[in-house]
Design a protein around this ligand. Structure first.
Ligand code: ADP
Length: 440
């Protein structure tokens, strides 16, 4: 054992000092010898200790070498130092892993001290609350998030329900803010982006409001007539009925169209996208549709139809009929008497040089101002509400067209100029097209 051996050596050295001292000067000499040896030992060991201390302060250089006892001491210290460094590296790796996990959380996270100072914030948390993860560390969160609602929420201290926050720095952003308390009065602020959910909820509310609004007029008209008729005696009622019947029919038809379009939209949204199904004879479908329109419209509009007889389209017949029907119907309803309507179906090349199938409906109607074009396919969006309703429009036709087209991998293009007319193009991708050399 180096410690015991060392003590033994020290004792031996002291005894040797005493012996030599005694031989030289008797009892007094022995005492002087002991003292001399002790002082020398103190100096030697003190110097070694000083060197060791200096190395401990600045461990960059080599550890001092001394006698086995000090070497053992050095060795133990170096070993502890290495263990300490390894433990530190392990802890740093652990913290790194924890930080990476914190960054990967799909919500914003801000860790707070008991006095609401920021300890740590992940990227999403920094974005949600507009914080700088480095420079804002140690600052009061309530000083940095200057929102009265948020401050009141944090001060109230009741975190059973999350706070719905609309940060002013990012319009449209909606956050659900949760506070999780843990440990010694520490807090985690968790922020979840619910903007999409809010938007869907807003759309749902708007949709319900729009449908109610659309139904209110026909229901009011019909119920008004029914109440008036109920107050008349039977003969008067029969005579009056003949007059109001066309009006009643018109309102009933309006409600029927609305319900039919709503059901079509609901079906488009709730059923999976159609696979590339068996070819639909689109030229025949268009010819039939145009013939029906001519029969209904009489001579109101000259309708010209030019469909490539050798080009069929893969898809769902009902949805393709809906696309063509809505576009033709709109052209007839919005263009003045006597103006020409043209329907074409052919192969074409798009701006990227890809082959596409284009079903185009052109009219010489009033045209549509550019600012309305991007919104035309929104539900219930109308440029001319009066004309739309007078002609039996529901405001859902182009929304249905867009939906049905998207399900067929296609899209809608609109070109229009006020006073010159409009062209609506349903564009289908090449994989939907089928050559039909035996076309009619
Ligand atoms: P609506 O049932 O009102 O026709 P749509 O969704 O089919 O609903 O069309 C939306 C709006 O776009 C219409 O209200 C109308 O203002 C405008 N629009 C559609 N087609 C034409 C067209 N060919 N010419 C002029 N305006 C049109």
């Amino acid at each position: 054992m180096p410690g015991a051996a060392r003590v033994f050596v020290w004792l031996l050295q002291v005894a040797t000092g005493a012996l030599i001292g005694a031989m030289a000067g008797g009892r007094g000499g022995a005492l002087a010898g002991v003292l001399l040896v002790l002082v020398a030992l103190l100096l030697i060991e003190g110097r070694r200790a000083a060197r060791l201390l200096a190395w401990l302060h600045d461990p960059a250089g080599k550890p001092p070498v001394g006698d086995p006892l000090w070497q053992e001491f050095n060795l133990m210290l170096s070993r502890q130092r290495r263990q300490h460094a390894a433990e530190l590296a392990r802890l740093e790796a652990e913290v790194g892993r924890f930080e990476a996990a914190g960054q990967a959380i799909p919500d914003g996270v801000v860790a707070l001290d008991p006095d609401l100072r920021i300890r740590w914030v992940n990227r999403l948390g920094a974005r949600h609350f507009r914080l700088d993860p480095r420079s804002d560390r140690g600052n009061l969160l309530t000083h940095l998030v200057r929102d009265p609602q948020f401050s009141a929420f944090m001060t109230r201290g009741d975190f059973a329900e999350p706070l719905l926050l609309h940060p002013t720095h990012q319009p449209g952003l909606a956050l659900q803010v949760f506070v999780v308390e843990f440990g010694d009065a520490q807090r985690l602020i968790v922020s979840r982006d619910v903007s999409d959910r809010e938007q869907v909820e807003r759309m749902r509310r708007d949709f319900v409001a729009n449908v109610s609004h659309e139904l209110r007029t026909p229901i009011t008209v019909v119920s008004g007539f029914v109440e008036t008729l109920a107050e008349l005696d039977p003969d008067e009622a029969t005579a009056a009925l003949a007059n109001v019947l066309p009006l009643l029919q018109k309102q009933m038809k309006r409600m029927q169209s609305l319900v039919a379009d709503l059901l079509t939209l609901a079906r488009l949204e709730s059923t999976p996208e159609p696979p590339p199904m068996k070819p639909v004879d689109l030229p025949a479908l268009l010819t039939g549709m145009v013939a029906d329109a001519r029969a209904v419209n009489g001579d109101l509009h000259p309708i010209h139809c030019a469909a490539d007889p050798g080009l069929d389209l893969r898809g769902t017949p009902g949805e393709i009929r809906s696309i063509a029907g809505n576009l033709l119907n709109n052209a007839l309803r919005y263009s003045p008497e006597g103006s020409r309507v043209e329907v074409t179906w052919q192969r074409a090349t798009d701006a990227r040089g890809q082959v596409v199938g284009v079903l185009a409906v052109r009219d010489e109607g009033p045209g549509i101002a550019a600012e309305h074009l991007p919104r035309l396919t929104e539900r219930f969006y109308r440029v001319d509400s009066g004309r739309s309703r007078d002609t039996g429009g529901t405001g859902l036709g182009l929304a249905i067209v867009k939906h049905a087209l998207t399900r067929h991998g296609g899209h809608l293009e609109i070109e229009s100029e006020v006073g010159r007319g409009s062209e609506f193009r349903a564009v289908f991708p090449a994989e939907r097209l089928v050559s039909n050399p035996t076309g009619p």
